[in-house]
Design a protein around this ligand. Structure first.
Ligand SMILES: Cc1cc2nc3c(=O)[nH]c(=O)nc-3n(C[C@H](O)[C@H](O)[C@H](O)COP(=O)(O)OP(=O)(O)OC[C@H]3O[C@@H](n4cnc5c(N)ncnc54)[C@H](O)[C@@H]3O)c2cc1C
Ligand code: FES
Length: 427
């Protein structure tokens, strides 16, 4: 005789540590399902109102890349959980899932479960914390698949803290730098260069923005924001005193420790200088730890260069700052051309250099090429990636690039890890 759902959950690694009353509530949203070998379990773009606790059999997670056909990102097996898209709007599958062999699973109705979590937030927390507890390496053992696992974030990851705008300074026609301070006058959270925050404007939306300030300065968090759409425009227009919700910090950091004693080359395109500015602050605070430091900046036109007032201060700390623009009017005395044209002129020893690159993806690809041509080993090239984000903690799949989640595996990556995916168009 088939066991009831509650008894099956008590044996499933994902649910077995949950409190029995919560497990009983969740069981009310579940039913037994089977899929035959080869059968599609979920299809990209379809409404995602279910997730599955696999009991027997194996499934593949597939992504369809234009011109490449299906790519298997991961295989899941008994004890794993399949699917988190039901948790986050727009509740659509972001991948295909297929049974490799016959699968027996418990299927949960997302709407039913969301309703129960809304009515009993403590149960929702208990449920979510099951997946947050597991680390990357412990995934299989604790039955979470790696696309939902992460190291526990430093603070409550889905709760915005209330900050207020202390200063809002104009950088260019569409870009502002804001200082945000906690409303309760506590210290802002610690963070590392390269990390980002999720900034929430009440009633408008939430977006990821890199931290562009000094990591040693803990009373405010500084962000440089370009008005690209509704949320970023609302942030740019925020006056001193305006309340903004802040979650984070999230993501990986620039590998500054690994570069100590070596040459550092920073390549920034446009707004890409913002996530590199904390690296400059950190280097200036401990200049003797690094050998030659080159900063290569590219912008479309001189009037959209970020932080021009700071260039002389950086140069005074023995940082070789070079600037180029795509197009300039008469009177511009700097270089004209893409930022890659600065690479052959920059002063660094290729065998002892690491490069941090941020900008549009096409610019990063050419910068990688130019640095490789000068002999910098590819594993010492680091890029920071941008993708649309919702959760920032590896749950929703919005930021996925190949097997990586930009929000939790990145945004900073060693280039060789992403290279196979960056060569696929439209991915
Ligand atoms: C890790 C990370 C760090 C970022 N750091 C900064 C930063 O320091 N400063 C800054 O100004 N912006 C940064 N961005 C980009 C910023 O998040 C987007 O500009 C913002 O999400 C746009 O949202 P919106 O609602 O204002 O506009 P929308 O209406 O959502 O979008 C406006 C335009 O921007 C494009 N867009 C939306 N989201 C992104 C995105 N994540 N990446 C690239 N293009 C996007 C849209 O396709 C559209 O063309 C970062 C993004 C990521 C992922
Ligand atoms: S998985 Fe949700 S934003 Fe990365």
């Amino acid at each position: 005789m088939e066991k009831d759902i509650e008894a099956l959950l008590a044996e499933h690694p994902f649910f077995k540590d949950m409190s029995a009353p919560y497990r009983a509530l969740i069981a009310g949203c579940g039913k037994n399902v089977r899929f035959d070998a080869g059968q599609l379990i979920a299809k990209t773009g379809d409404v995602a109102n279910q997730f599955f606790a696999i009991r027997h059999g194996r499934a593949s997670i597939e992504l369809h890349a234009p011109e490449k056909g299906p790519l298997i990102l991961q295989t899941l097996e008994a004890g794993d959980i399949l699917g988190w898209s039901w948790l986050f709007p727009p509740y659509r599958w972001t991948f295909d899932a297929r049974a490799i062999e016959q699968i027996r699973a418990i299927s949960f109705d997302g709407e039913c479960l969301r309703g129960k979590c809304d009515r009993d937030p403590a149960m929702g927390y208990d449920f979510m914390s099951g997946s947050r507890r597991c680390s990357w390496t412990a995934c299989r053992r604790h039955a979470c698949s790696s696309w939902i696992c992460m190291e526990p974030p430093p603070i409550e990851p889905m709760l915005s803290a209330a900050f207020r705008v202390r200063k809002n300074r104009r950088e260019t026609a569409d870009t502002r730098t804001l200082e945000l301070v906690p409303r309760d006058e506590t210290e802002a959270p610690a963070w590392r260069p390269g990390q980002f925050m999720m900034l929430y404007v009440f009633g408008v939306g939430e977006i990821p923005i890199s931290i562009s300030g000094d990591p040693a300065q803990r009373e405010a968090i500084v962000h440089t924001v370009r008005a690209a759409g509704a949320v970023s425009r609302a942030i740019c227009e925020a006056k001193p005193g305006f309340a903004i919700g802040v979650r984070g910090p999230f993501g990986s950091a620039w590998p500054m420790g690994e570069c100590e004693g070596d040459d550092v080359v920073l390549v920034a395109g446009g707004i890409g200088l913002a996530p590199l500015r904390p690296v400059l602050y950190a280097i200036m605070a401990d200049r003797a730890r690094y050998r030659r430091v080159s900063l290569l900046i590219g912008a479309r036109t001189p009037d959209i260069l970020l932080y021009p007032r700071e260039f002389d201060r950086w140069r005074a700390r023995d940082i070789d700052v070079r600037v180029t623009v795509d197009a300039a009017a008469l009177g511009w005395e700097g270089s004209v051309g893409p930022v890659t044209t600065l690479v052959p002129r920059a002063d660094f020893e290729h065998s002892r250099a690491s490069a941090f690159i941020v900008g549009p993806e096409i610019m990063m690809k050419f910068a990688v090429q130019a640095l490789s041509d000068r002999g910098v080993p590819r594993e010492r090239l680091f890029v920071s990636m941008e993708r649309n984000m919702k959760c920032a903690i590896g749950f929703c799949g919005h930021c996925q690039l190949g097997p990586a989640f930009i929000c939790k595996d990145g945004p900073v990556f060693a280039y060789p890890r992403l290279e196979p995916w960056l060569v696929i168009r439209n991915i």
